[in-house]
Design a protein around this ligand. Structure first.
Ligand code: SAH
Length: 215
């Protein structure tokens, strides 16, 4: 890494710690995944800043501190099978792949999935499966999941995702109307019918939309 690269990584880690990301496994994973690889064009230069940035198909790569807090709240273990809904750039999936045994990530935009797949392969991350799908239905053929992370906002936790969470499993997702401030919540499945809900913090995500995108 160049001096400038090292300094930018330090800057990012400082922003993460200031935001409350303290889990050393999460910090190490985020230090290892170069966010700049997932951003193209004029915004690439700003990859080290703690802000969301535009990616194709009118979507955004989340703010690193939010990625860090969501990953930390998910409490991913090395034996876990994880579902991510909302691949976007693939950045969050890459971080999950360093912490989990296997990651399935789905997005409704084919172009985003193809681009993310290429970047993830170029980084040598082979425990991620990328799929074009409407993630609000989950991924029944791979269920149940130990962990589910949703990176687009629904009004309520989609019931197929609750059903595909293993008992003892954790799901982290933003809920609320898309044009207002949403809440990041953590759902823990305590039994066949039992779920505990914790409200973590206000966030702002793009909406979880039905069906597939047109690109
Ligand atoms: N996790 C991403 C950021 C995601 S932005 C990253 O690290 O870059 C939210 C993503 O959710 C967008 O790419 C959008 O296309 C996707 N999305 C919205 N509704 C969806 C749905 N029903 N199923 C799958 N993906 C969806």
């Amino acid at each position: 890494m160049t001096d400038e690269g090292a300094e930018r990584t330090m800057q990012l880690l400082y922003a993460l710690r200031s935001a409350g990301v303290t889990d050393p496994r999460v910090l190490t994973a985020m230090e290892r995944i170069p966010r700049g690889h997932f951003i193209h064009g004029i915004f690439k230069d700003r990859a080290h800043e703690d802000v969301p940035l535009p990616i194709p198909c009118g979507q955004t790569i989340s703010q690193p501190s939010v990625v860090g807090l969501m990953t930390q709240a998910l409490q991913v273990g090395p034996r876990d099978k994880v579902l991510e809904v909302g691949t976007g750039s693939g950045y969050q999936a890459a971080i999950l792949a360093l912490l989990a045994r296997r990651v399935y990530t789905v997005d409704r935009h084919r172009d985003l999935v193809l681009q993310a797949r290429e970047i993830l392969e170029s980084l040598g991350l082979h425990n991620i499966t990328t799929l074009v799908a409407d993630g609000s239905h989950g991924l029944a053929e791979q269920a149940p999941f130990d962990r589910i992370l949703v990176t687009a906002a629904a009004e309520d936790p989609p019931s197929p995702l609750l059903a595909q969470l293993r008992i003892g499993g954790i799901m982290v997702l933003p809920v609320g109307q898309s044009d207002t401030v949403q809440s990041l919540i953590r759902v823990t499945r305590t039994g066949e019918k039992g779920f505990d809900y914790d409200e973590l913090r206000p966030v702002r995500f793009v909406p979880l939309l039905p069906g597939l995108g047109t690109d």
